[in-house]
Design a protein around this ligand. Structure first.
Ligand SMILES: [Zn+2]
Length: 153
């Protein structure tokens, strides 16, 4: 013990460990990796639990990191769209996996275009964001639509 005072002793220990880590970076990293490998399951479980307990905060953090949306901007967009997909108008619902809102953005400019359901978000992705592909798909569907006139006779 370098100090009789426990607070001073703790401070001394902390500073000593910090210096040791700085002088022995590789050994410190190896120790940290070994600790993580040994306790991976427990640490992973704790992280998962934290994410589960903070789902909305996690989603907000993701929207900020991935799309640059500030807190409140997503909710404003949802209200402007009346909590419905901007394309198919299905009601969006964060508590269900299938109807969870997806932030749609232009992959070239990064600009957020709107909020979509998963299906419509995938639709745009599969069409590679090309309007001419979607127009061709519409023309194809119209051209090959069953003749409604005949079926109602
Ligand atoms: Zn949709």
């Amino acid at each position: 013990m370098a100090y009789a005072d426990p607070v001073m002793e703790r401070e001394y220990q902390r500073e000593w460990k910090k210096r040791w880590r700085e002088r022995n970076r590789e050994a410190h990293r190896a120790n940290a990796r070994a600790y993580y490998a040994k306790n991976q399951e427990r640490i992973g479980g704790q992280r998962k639990q934290v994410r589960e307990n903070n789902k909305e905060r996690e989603a907000e953090w993701q929207r900020r990191k991935l799309y640059g949306l500030l807190p409140g901007e997503f909710e404003e967009m949802m209200q402007a769209q009346r909590h419905a997909c901007a394309i198919c108008r299905v009601a969006l619902d964060s508590s269900t996996k299938i109807l969870t809102p997806h932030v749609d953005h232009c992959h070239e400019s990064g600009v957020v275009r709107g909020i979509l359901c998963g299906n419509c978000n995938h639709l745009l992705g599969r069409a590679k964001d090309r309007p001419e592909v979607l127009e061709a798909a519409i023309a194809y569907l119209v051209q090959n639509a069953p003749d409604d006139q005949r079926s109602t006779e």
